[in-house]
Design a protein around this ligand. Sequence first.
Ligand code: AMP
Length: 467
Amino acid sequence: MTFEALGLNTSLIKALVDAGYTKPTPVQEQAVPAAIAGKDLLVSSQTGSGKTAAFMLPSLHRLAEMEPTAAAKTANQEMQAARARGERPRFKAAQPKMLVLTPTRELALQVTTNTDKYSVNLRRLKAVSILGGMPYPKQMQLLAKNPEILVATPGRLIDHMESGKIDFSQLEILVLDEADRMLDMGFIDDIEKIVDATPSTRQTMLFSATLDGVVGNMARRITKDPQIIQVVSAANKHENITQRVHFVDDLSHKNRLLDHLLRDESLDQAVVFTATKRDADTIADRLNIAGFSAAALHGDMHQGARNRTLDSLRRGQVKILIATDVAARGIDVPTITHVFNYDLPKFPEDYVHRIGRTGRAGRDGLAISLVNHAEGMNVKRIERFTKQLIPVNVIEGYEPKKTASAARSTSRPGGWKPGDNRTGAKPGQRTFSKPGAPRKEGATTGGGYKGSNPRSTDGARRSYGDR
Ligand code: AMP
């Protein structure tokens, strides 16, 4: 399948060639033609599947074909005439044609950056991000340019809507990106309010890891005769990411092991996830003292500082990022080879999002969870959610006092039998072992989970946040 066969215009295809995209991903193959035809879409997909291009390419294609509305033309002419008279043009509410709602600022910026890349040959189409934490005058400046495409987090957008800075009466396309996540974060009322302010004739595309429960209910309410697309690709299942659990006895064992693992020669860049902002700062400080170039990323940092840290990560100046869940969502840096769970996430779906920070753009990745013996149940929940067993690993010199099999058997009736020896590494797969570093694979059971996906979508998980 080629991008041409999907029906995209030549300006877009040229931009994709320049971006190094050779062929569409599975989600793009299905979503692009349907979206070009103007259909509503409900897409179950994960980050890393190419979902941004799946909604942005057909939208840019459609927007490029639309004539600017008479109202937009008049507004532009009035603005130019006022400038020619040396007057300050009167502020007119922005009238975007497309709105993308995302759960976090980082994801919004990522979407905007990708949009700029795809629309480089479509000069008329501008995309801007409207985000919490961005200075107000800067946002007013962006809105005054009346951009065709707004990418926004729900909270800040509501502020602008309510103060009359944005008028959605001309909106043609609405995208909800990572809708399940927005609901988890408690944005449902904001989303409903925003959707109500848009014309019912709009095209709606909703992307979400799951389409069950509350997300499914909302999806059905806001779409018309949607095409449902569920893509189970290797990237969705993270088959290119080797996963491991290391059991630890206490904090000092955990820190020693982390330092050892961070010195792995195959490590280019890593993200270390912590449960709290304070831990992120403390570990970043400790690692810097130990000689790593490390930086923290969390929700207490100002947007400017967060952007600078992400830029340093992209440029390779920061090698190890210590992050909380919300702050790290959407990070797309292909040179991240390792993800560490210093603390296990509270919800299994966060585990999937975390490990997806590595193994990007077709590369392999390694995801290592450092787990206290008492957390065996949490590992089991993750395994049930992903329907994959995570092999236990032991490194000589860093063995836990309790054996892995003993620890696992506390969480699983029957336990892992020594000798099962499942390593999880596939034939020919890069194993990330440090040359010369002895390693004993731990003992795990074979088989897999056949149980139903236990993900709760009851919307009651508002406690989730950037802790
Ligand atoms: P996303 O799922 O939107 O977060 O995209 C994941 C990564 O894949 C991003 O770095 C995209 O730039 C990249 N990508 C998206 N579509 C393609 C494609 N067709 N070929 C190669 N890379 C792609």
